[in-house]
Write a new protein. Structure first.
Lengths: 119, 260
């Protein structure tokens, strides 16, 4: 199983980092205004938005290589939650696109969204 | 084949450089939040957005000549990725893209200067010089910078090979980065990069990198290399702004699709 690459500092993300926890519930609303709610999925799914800046060329190349090897949103990999260190074994990238901008020497920027898969 | 031009400094581009890689995945989303996915590998394409400023008249003329020769989006050309290592499989010197001399042994798993184990041990058991090299389909007349981290048990020398050009470099017992920048034979459409060891020589090597510029940047491990044949311009128009005498700016978008 592939693993999301760390930066040279061993960090996975930089500030500001965003984490989203998502449940999937359904609600049926009746004519009398009452509701019945139920779970439509087994549990929550996580999503991490990782914005990276001040990357050196080696770090951007490693992320680009990971993106290509993972075939964009197709492949799955293990991701360590930078908030609590929990390893989520089945995650994917949310997008088939990766933008890498080299602003100056040793100053690359990119952003990725990692999402946890069901199952 | 037409080749995207270098600037007068030998650089392929200026900062900022934007590279976008687009892949295609067919996704069937189920109601419970699970997915069925299919990778569509031929749908991959890559775009570079190159912004130029402070170009001289000569540099602008070179870009204009190239744009005219390419006829906008019509004709394909070879593009050297300015933010990639041009060499492929740089952490795998046992890959078939590398051609070692018959008496050169190549062993992996050596500790590298960045804390990994991606360095290689080269040992020349022959009575003459032996080299390991990789050839890429890029114009030999361009300015290239070849770099590598090397060390050896005893102080010795290694020769860096860049086309027909050679440079002898000292190798110490600690990791040092050796660098060689030169141009090759302008009549050739391919160029080889390599490292030569003298008879009986042995050294550890890591991070072999070739770049289309005058100096080395941070090492970028590579599997695919950075030469894109059959790239195209994305636009049929080239807008040039002259900001002063002998000072011009413009923006060029380059497009490479696997399926083209």
């Amino acid at each position: 199983m592939a693993t999301f690459p760390n930066l040279k500092t061993n960090a996975v993300a930089q500030y500001p980092a965003t984490k989203v926890l998502r449940f999937q519930n359904q609600a049926l609303r009746f004519l009398d205004g009452t509701e019945q709610r139920y779970r439509d999925a087994a549990g929550p799914l996580h999503r991490w938005q990782i914005s990276l800046s001040q990357l050196d060329e080696g770090e951007t190349a490693a992320l680009d290589a990971f993106f290509a090897a993972n075939q964009g949103a197709f492949g799955s990999f293990a991701f360590t939650d930078p908030w609590d260190g929990t390893v989520y074994a089945n995650c994917s990238l949310a997008s088939d696109e990766l933008d890498v901008t080299s602003v100056a020497e040793m100053s690359g920027t990119t952003s990725l969204t990692v999402m946890e898969n069901r199952g | 084949m037409l080749v995207y031009p270098q600037l007068g400094t030998g650089a392929m581009s200026q900062f900022p450089v934007k590279k976008q890689r687009h892949l295609r995945t067919v996704v069937n989303a189920a109601a419970d939040g699970s997915w069925i996915k299919l990778a569509d590998a031929p749908g991959e394409y890559t775009e570079w957005s190159l912004q130029y400023a402070q170009l001289s008249d000569a540099e602008l003329a070179t870009l204009q000549q190239f744009f005219t020769a390419a006829e906008g989006t019509l004709n394909a050309f070879t593009f050297l990725d300015p933010i990639s290592n041009l060499l492929a499989w740089t952490d795998h010197l046992d890959n078939a893209v590398w051609v070692p001399g018959p008496l050169l042994t190549v062993a992996g798993g050596i500790a590298d200067p960045l804390g990994g184990t991606n360095a290689w041990h080269l040992s020349n058991t022959g009575g003459g010089a032996q080299n390991i090299s990789q050839t890429i389909s890029a114009p030999a007349g361009y300015l290239y910078c070849l770099s590598a981290y090397v060390r050896s048990a005893q102080a010795s020398t290694a020769t860096m090979l860049l086309g027909a050009q050679r440079a002898s470099q000292a190798v110490t017992t600690g990791w040092t980065r050796i660098v060689f920048a030169a141009s090759g034979d302008p009549t050739r459409a391919s160029i080889s990069f390599g490292l030569e060891l003298p008879a009986g020589g042995a050294l550890d090597v890591y991070g072999v990198q070739a770049e289309p510029q005058a100096a080395a940047s941070v090492y970028k491990a590579s599997t695919t290399g950075g030469v894109y044949e059959n790239a195209r311009l994305r636009d049929d128009l080239l807008t040039i702004t002259s900001t002063d005498v002998n000072r011009h700016s413009c923006k060029v978008n380059v497009y490479y699709a696997k399926h083209l």
